[in-house]
Design a protein around this ligand. Structure first.
Ligand SMILES: Nc1ncnc2c1ncn2[C@@H]1O[C@H](COP(=O)(O)OP(=O)(O)O)[C@@H](O)[C@H]1O
Ligand SMILES: [Mg+2]
Length: 218
């Protein structure tokens, strides 16, 4: 399976989701490849922090690719891995399009703020264009950095649900300090102490959802 984490907004949590997914997937499956297709190289930085914290015992393989090589190299590598996770930058780039062109699953996190949610129209147009060359693509949206009070989560969710190109995943990942804390050490949310049980439960829910789509398609 090739999972692409994307969208056209920075700061929505693409790299956080990608790197946490890579670690959790590596625990359940054998060979996982994390591809950093963003010039900002956040996923690669995470891997460097992780190799320091874990004494080189990374669990997954990490590479950086850009532009058309995201497509060409991923196609070459796909048979060697159980799952591939591609982290993209927050813009409509050649790299992101190359990733979507070979993806099975396109996962787009949204922060529950208007300027972020409004990008869904552009994201859907991008998906519709990419479906011409990748008709099997399945696209999903969900809310990351959810608030702990107020109406913004439900208003954002309602807007995301209206969109027919992306299926809305009804799982909210809260805005929890433990995510940046874990990432800065190259650790997944399940690996830091003290344990943030709520954050782990939320991320596990997303992870299990993704694993199940996986089974559906196989
Ligand atoms: N659920 C979350 N709760 C708290 N902070 C988060 C969460 N998801 C991401 N972040 C933080 O938000 C910032 C941007 O996240 P990042 O994953 O780098 O976004 P992107 O890759 O989409 O630009 C980072 O500091 C990250 O640690
Ligand atoms: Mg990023």
């Amino acid at each position: 399976m090739i999972y692409v984490i994307g969208g056209i907004k920075g700061g929505s949590g693409k790299s956080t989701i990608s790197t946490n997914l890579a670690v959790l997937m590596a625990r359940k499956f054998k060979d996982i490849l994390l591809i950093d297709a963003d010039d900002q190289q956040t996923a690669s930085d995470f891997t460097v922090f992780r190799s320091e914290t874990m004494k080189d015992n990374l669990d997954y393989t990490s590479i950086q690719l850009s532009d058309r090589t995201v497509r060409d190299q991923t196609i070459k590598l796909r048979s060697k891995y159980d799952h591939i996770i591609i982290d993209t930058g927050g813009r409509d780039t050649t790299s992101q399009r190359a990733a979507i062109s070979i993806a099975d699953i396109y996962l787009v996190p949204f922060v529950p703020r208007s300027f972020d949610i409004w990008t869904i129209e552009k994201v859907s147009t991008l998906i519709e264009e990419m479906k011409i060359i990748n008709p099997k693509l399945k696209s999903f949206s969900f809310i990351n950095k959810a608030d702990f009070s107020g109406q913004d989560n439900s208003e954002a969710a309602n807007l995301l649900k209206e969109n027919k190109t992306l299926e809305f995943i009804d799982i909210f990942i809260g805005n929890r300090k433990s995510f940046p804390n874990a990432s800065s050490k190259g650790l997944a949310i399940t690996e830091i102490k003290p344990k943030d049980v709520k954050a782990i439960q939320e991320f596990n829910a997303l992870f299990n959802f993704l694993i199940n789509i996986n089974l559906d398609l196989n």
